[in-house]
Design a protein around this ligand. Structure first.
Ligand code: FAD
Ligand code: FES
Ligand code: FES
Length: 1360
């Protein structure tokens, strides 16, 4: 038995006795599990996946932030006297906490092989599953909701999904599919004859079309039905797993009421049976951790490497779960979950007079935005964690809540005030004490209370600043008797603004008090300019802005009670509480032409072929491959320094740790040189590291936990090297660039600037982006034991590149390495080249040890190591005429490349190829620099430089319009390309559809009326403003590296007529395999899709493939598949002629017996391509995709938050191969762009350390971020003769359309600035975060909090 003295539990009594450890009894999917060796450090997720082989539940983050691991936990609740079902994050739930619980996973509710559950079927049929990695979690959140509320409302669904993320779909189709379960119901497709039908009562949101509608346009018919709700199976409650009767009787008899002990390698878990036992144990082990929801402790152990050798689990103790109503308020036991807290308060708010429940309402408002439901279902509150950004502590403090603390010595009551938190993460509890209960008081007449939370994303996000505010007036007056202002996020603890409040007691609630309060708060709530968390000016401003909101809210209430005059109507906008409106949407596409055969599937909205499997957990991802018997796990050892020499790698501690098999650094059997385009990096660092996260070595052990623990124990000694270049500005200053510098130039720029009516100059910075594919990078390498053969299962977009770089590192020919890709849980460019970093190291380990080795990166490692979208900085000079016509552009791009070149040259080239976006400019010069910095190498990301290039275009376009005082849509329209125009790189545009997209977008968005309504709104609202923007895009399709524009396919037809198809592309959710099956189905004339199967992508079937990237995979592989079909058709032709009434199987059999090969290789290369930078000639692209988007937003000028109110997109996808998949790409791309331009911010320290390493700190769009109205229309009658079946590419082009949201925000900020007398162009960098929006809306409050002089301090984070 291991000694428990290591770790930080002083006073722990050793247990070397023969104690018999308890057996953990629980149920999974109706089956009883008795676990004799329950490990307190093991999560439910690991147990499900590794011990039970239930791999349907996914690992996305390990920190409760993505919901991929959601399961339902049911237990008999003795205090409520019933069974409760809760969605729970399996990644945080300790296995040991599940005694006498029933766990339901996605496998437990239905299967493709058996019977699907309606929650599985509907998300699939509504096209709500693309890569499918998030899907099981979403399915289980929905399932748990339905178990609690069989007919929920849409708001319940939105609440249930607050803790679930999806990176692919854009969320709309998920909500659409699940709407069918709600009271509101889904679209009936026009079948309902009652008034409720959205088709007949005009409640559809689109100007021209409504749901379920078709519309004739000459030869074409437009449809808005992507699925038929009539196909859905009804809900069948008898299908549900029942709560195990055994647990029910145990629960009722409270048989679990005895102490339980579980012991692992390092940790002892004790579940005391009574309060007294708990207090005794706490006295015995004063440093023991109490674990309730484990949402804090779990994260500390996983990410902060903390070890708590003794854990006490008090969750079942009656006194800690009780709820008591008293004269003063409601007393909650300390283990009540936040969900329970909310339920009780909601009930009380519904019953008690409103003046008594002001605090309760404020707590409920905080809870609305507190984490996701899965966390609230288990978390016992965050008082004792003493988090300085806790959302509830400021409320409890301003409310003066009473806390009861208890130890073996007795009870004491303390008030929650500023003495309760004596320091960072410290409380007034003594080591032996526990928190017994919290009393939340009623408010009294004359007392008003509000709570505020400001965070980057509204849903499931930690606060930037959070606050509780309470004022009590002298009876019958507006004179302040008592005022409490409590803030989180402004110091190392929750604080009270005592100086300010002391000055305000005795004063009248009026303008003078407001002014003094603000001046005083500005002085009292200061922050050092280097304060952790950054955003110092914003945070300081928020303390004032939030107080102003409180001031006006109270003012309004006083006015309602007749105590004072009312608030100015336009100022009332400051007091509105955010209410999310349920989104509505319409998707319009052209139906297949009337003559098309019923069984020809091309052009129809077919479901993704793996969708059903993805909803049931049967779809196999890389880490779902069952463990090999002798398999090992690898963990990376990475650099903590951005630029340093490695002096020593000390493995002495690590190598002695349990389970460790091997540790290695430097030692590569083949070549250490690697890189996707040029070999300018190493598999493992040699003597120097050049970024934080640089891979230095690896530890291989028997389990993941052992490998990761040992990796953390490897000690590296460094010698710091200078310089450390982190930002683009640093690189410009030190001329740290990679070669070459690219330029594209056309026309006479000097002359054009002379002739222009006006010239303006400007700058813009655009931040990078993390891919945040839900499935992190994963590789399983299996040495085959002979001839250096290695089989690799990899989550990669680039099978061939992985094969060749692995072969290079192993020192074997490529022919010995087979790379196999079944599917990815998202890629977005992030698995195009950087995935090889992991694959090569894993392969090296497998070869050395001659055993299979696996590694799936943890989310924080993945974010740290693999780079992301390049940040860009643009400097521009624009010449233009009075009309707004742009005649000259000189733009320079700088992108932050990082520590190796990777694909950066092609990325900066693509930015240059898109520098004019959709505008015809006669005289242009674009220059692109690649900045060499000490960051992890940045890489491909959907759009590949295009979204950065075009973003800067739209910045100067906006500046031109603003400087002329012209409507921006007028200036954009004036400059739009038309037929016959040519690009700066001299490519003539054939059939540009920009104008059609533009006109349709204006009409569908009802642009004119919308603009007028916004003007009216803005004139009546001082503190909220609305803005509008319409933005076009043009995106070139082809790899700019000519040789990559090729593809292969391999088709085998078996004698039973079944077809096995392989092609060069990989499936990452985009539906490529589905489209390829559609192509093959039409080309071979086989209507039954089930006959055509794609199993995987592999280097031993189709060699030398290009990465699945550049949006071109359907074009390239589609043509190659078609080519293979042509070859087979030709071979089968004689048999068809001979037997015209026969069927496919007959012809295949006849050909086989006639000894005809039924296997064919298809090949395709894009003709007529090749651009030359020197001569600025040749075709860079095969064709262009076009689209236009119009968005409306509303900003809160005081907090900088914004709401996406409306978006209309019109996208040209040619003749769609599959409108459902294409609309999925448009919406998913758009939402990823919304993240890029408004939300997602990578934050680096000046020393190159990445702070944002998981969903806790890095916010991708969530369900609540989709526009309230979202209309997507695929342009009709726009065939494209350059790609398969007249289609067009769709993966990347729509992403940029989200810039319409950014520029709508900028439009709204302009309206706010106008209130302060400001006009004309202003700089707004991307993303438009609340911080940037607030600071740009200059007003009296921002003036009171001026920023510190740059250069006088070292900021916490820098703009890289
Ligand atoms: C994804 C995610 C999102 C989050 N979002 C938010 C948010 O929006 N706003 C916010 O404020 N917070 C947020 N948090 C933090 C969260 O509130 C805390 O993790 C949670 O409240 C802790 O509760 P728990 O029961 O899970 O704590 P545990 O991890 O079980 O324990 C927390 C700590 O409290 C101690 N403790 C628990 N009960 C007692 C007791 N009775 N007496 C003495 N000590 C005790 C434990 O020893 C431990 O130190 C988030 C956390 C996660 C993981
Ligand atoms: S894996 Fe559990 S929430 Fe992300
Ligand atoms: S389908 Fe949701 S993450 Fe891919």
């Amino acid at each position: 038995m291991s000694d428990l003295t290591n770790g930080n539990s002083k006073g722990l009594i050793m247990d070397h006795s023969d104690t018999v450890w308890d057996e953990l009894i629980f149920f999974v999917n109706g089956k009883k599990i008795s676990e004799k060796h329950a490990d307190p450090e093991m999560t439910l997720l690991t147990y499900l996946r590794r011990k039970l082989g239930l791999t349907g539940t996914k690992l996305g983050c390990s920190e409760g932030g993505c919901g991929a691991c959601t399961v339902m936990v049911s237990k008999y609740h003795p205090h409520l006297g019933r069974v409760v079902h809760h969605s729970v994050n399996a990644c945080l739930a300790p296995l040991c906490s599940l005694h006498h619980c029933a766990v339901t996973t996605v496998e437990g509710i239905g299967s493709v092989a058996g019977k699907l559950h309606p929650v599985q079927e509907r998300i699939a049929k509504a096209h709500g599953s693309q890569c499918g990695f998030c899907t099981p979690g979403i399915v289980m959140s929905m399932y748990a909701l339905l178990r609690n509320k069989p007919t929920p409302r849409m708001t319940d669904i939105e609440e249930a999904f607050q803790g679930n993320l999806c990176r692919c779909t854009g969320y709309r189709p998920i909500l659409e599919g699940y709407k069918s379960f709600t009271k509101e119901g889904g679209c009936c497709g026009g079948k309902s004859k009652e008034n409720g039908c959205c088709m007949t009562n005009g409640s559809g949101t689109n100007g021209a079309l409504t749901n379920g509608h078709t519309e004739d346009h000459g030869n074409s018919t437009l449809s808005t039905s992507l699925f038929d709700p009539d196909d859905f199976m009804p809900v069948d409650p008898t299908q549900e797993i029942i709560f195990p009767p055994e647990l029910m009787s145990l629960g009722k008899l409270q048989v679990s009421g005895r102490q339980l002990r579980f012991r692992g390698e390092r940790v002892l878990w004790v579940q005391p049976a009574s309060l007294q036992e708990l207090l005794d144990l706490k006295a015995q082990y004063p440093n023991a951790k109490l674990v309730v929801g484990n949402t804090e402790v779990g994260i500390e152990m996983k990410f902060k490497n903390l070890l708590y050798p003794v854990i006490l689990a008090p969750a079942y103790i009656t006194q800690l779960n009780s709820v008591q109503h008293t004269e003063e308020g409601i007393v909650f036991g300390a283990c009540c979950s936040l969900t329970q807290l909310g339920e009780v308060l909601r009930e009380e708010v519904g019953q008690a007079p409103p003046h008594q429940t002001e605090i309760f309402q404020a707590v409920l408002e905080q809870l609305r935005w507190f984490a996701g439901l899965q966390i609230r279902n288990v978390a016992g509150g965050n008082i004792v964690t003493a988090s300085p950004i806790s959302d509830l502590n400021p409320v409890f403090m301003a409310a003066g809540c009473k806390l009861t603390l208890m130890s073996r010595g007795g009870k004491r009551e303390v008030r929650m005030d500023d003495t309760f938190f004596p320091g960072y993460r410290k409380t007034a509890l003594s080591p032996e004490e526990i928190l017994l209960s919290v009393e939340i008081p009623y408010t009294r007449k004359g007392q008003y209370f509000s709570a505020f939370k400001q965070s980057p994303r509204r849903e499931d996000d930690i606060s930037i600043v959070t606050s509780g505010m309470s004022v009590t007036f002298v009876d019958g007056t507006t004179v302040v008797k008592d005022l409490q202002l409590s803030y989180g996020g402004m110091a190392a603890t929750t604080v009270l603004a005592k100086n300010t409040t002391s000055k305000l007691v005795g004063r009248q609630w009026g303008e003078e008090l407001l002014q003094d309060a603000c001046s005083s708060l500005a002085e009292e709530m200061t922050l050092h300019p280097s304060a952790p968390g950054g955003m110092v000016t914003y945070r300081r401003t928020l303390t004032l802005s939030l107080f102003y909101k409180f001031y006006l809210t109270v003012h309004q209430k006083l006015a309602a009670d007749g105590m004072c005059e009312g608030v100015r109507p336009d100022y009332a906008s400051a007091t509105e509480i955010y209410h999310h409106a349920t989104p509505a949407s319409v998707q319009v596409y052209q139906e297949v032409p009337p003559g098309q055969k019923e069984d020809d599937v091309v052009g129809r909205p077919m479901m993704h072929l793996s969708a059903l499997k993805q909803t049931t957990g049967e779809a196999v991802y890389c880490d779902d491959i069952p463990l090999y018997e002798n398999e090992l796990y690898l963990a990376l050892v990475t650099s903590t320094k951005a630029h340093a020499r490695i002096l020593a790698v000390d493995v002495s501690v690590a190598e002695r740790m349990p389970g460790v098999v091997s540790l290695f650094a430097k030692d590569i059997p083949g070549s250490n040189q690697t890189g996707p385009a040029v070999y300018d990096e190493t598999v493992l660092a040699e003597d120097k590291v050049t970024c934080v996260g640089h891979i230095i070595g690896a530890v291989v052990a028997d389990t993941q936990a052992h490998a990761q623990r040992a990796a953390k124990a490897v000690k590296i000694t460094y010698e710091d090297l200078q310089p450390v270049i982190v930002t683009i500005q640093d690189a410009i200053a030190s001329k740290s660039f990679y070669e070459p510098v690219r330029t594209i130039q056309r026309g006479d720029l000097d002359q054009a600037f002379i002739e222009a009516d006006h010239v303006l100059e400007g700058e813009m910075h655009m931040g990078g982006q993390e891919h945040f594919y839900l499935e992190t990078n994963c590789t399983v390498a299996v040495p085959k034991g002979e001839d250096g053969e290695m089989e690799m299962f990899v989550s990669t977009q680039a099978a061939t590149k992985t094969q060749s770089l692995v072969a290079k590192a192993l020192g074997v020919p490529s022919s010995r390495v087979v790379v196999r890709v079944k599917r990815m849980g998202g890629g977005f460019g992030g698995k195009e080249s950087r995935s090889t970093l992991l694959s090569t190291v894993v392969a090296v380990a497998a070869q050395k040890l001659k055993r299979p080795v696996r590694c799936m990166l943890d989310r924080d490692e993945d974010m740290l190591v693999t780079g992301g979208r390049h940040p860009f900085f643009g400097r521009y000079k624009v010449g233009y005429m009075k009309t707004g016509k742009v005649v000259a552009l000189d733009v320079t791009y700088y992108n932050n490349v990082g520590n190796s070149r990777d694909l950066s040259l092609s990325i900066v080239e693509r930015a240059l190829f898109h520098m004019e976006n959709s505008y015809n400019i006669a005289n242009v010069r674009g220059t692109g620099y690649m900045c060499k910095t000490h960051l992890p190498s940045n890489t491909a990301f959907r759009g590949f430089g295009g979204p950065q290039g075009m973003m800067i275009t739209e910045s100067w376009m906006d500046d031109v319009a603003m400087s002329l005082g012209l409507p921006s849509e007028q200036v954009r329209r004036l400059n739009l390309y038309t037929q016959g125009d040519s690009t700066p790189y001299n490519q003539v545009l054939e059939h540009p559809t920009l104008e059609s997209c533009w006109e349709e977008c204006l009409q569908r968005a009802q642009y004119g009326q919308r603009r007028a309504a916004i003007q009216d709104y803005n004139s009546h609202h001082r503190w909220t403003k609305r803005g509008l923007a319409i933005i076009p895009t043009k995106f070139g399709i082809s790899f700019t590296a000519l040789f990559l524009n090729q593809a292969g396919a391999l088709m085998h037809v078996y004698t039973d007529g079944s077809v096995l198809l392989t092609h060069g592309g990989t499936e990452m959710g985009q539906g490529l395999h589905t489209k390829m099956v559609q192509v093959a189905s039409r080309a071979l004339g086989i209507p039954q899709l089930s006959k055509i199967h794609i199993s995987e992508t592999s280097t031993n079937t189709v060699p030398n493939t290009s990465p699945t990237a550049a949006s071109a995979s359907s074009d390239l592989n589609g043509a190659a598949v078609h080519n293979a079909c042509d070859i087979l058709n030709k071979r089968l032709e004689p048999y068809k002629t001979k037997n015209p009434t026969g069927c496919w199987e007959d012809w295949v059999r006849a050909a086989y017996f006639d000894r005809v090969s039924l296997s064919a290789n298809g090949f395709y290369k894009t003709p007529d391509l090749g651009y030359d930078f020197v001569t600025n000639s040749g075709r860079a692209f095969n064709y262009f995709c076009y689209g236009v988007s119009c968005s409306e937003v509303e900003i809160d000028c005081l907090t900088g938050s914004h709401k996406n109110l409306h978006t209309t997109i019109v996208m040209d996808v040619g003749t769609s191969l599959n409108p459902a998949l294409d609309i999925g790409q448009v919406e998913g791309g758009f939402m990823q762009g919304v993240g890029l331009y408004t939300l997602e911010e990578l934050r680096y320290s000046p020393q190159g350390y990445l702070f944002t390493r998981g969903p806790g700190m890095y916010k991708i769009p969530a369900f609540g971020d989709i526009p309230t109205e979202l209309n997507v229309s695929l342009l009709r009658d726009a065939p494209n003769d350059k790609a398969i079946f007249s289609s067009k590419a769709v993966g990347e082009p729509p992403l940029f359309l989200a810039a319409s949201v950014f520029y709508a925000i900028k439009d709204a900020i302009s309206a706010a600035r106008a209130e302060s007398g400001l006009s004309g162009p202003f700089r707004l960098d991307s993303p438009a975060t609340p911080d940037r929006i607030r600071i740009a809306c200059e007003d009296r409050f921002t003036k009171l909090c001026p920023p510190a002089q740059p250069g006088t301090f070292i900021p916490w984070a820098v703009q890289v």
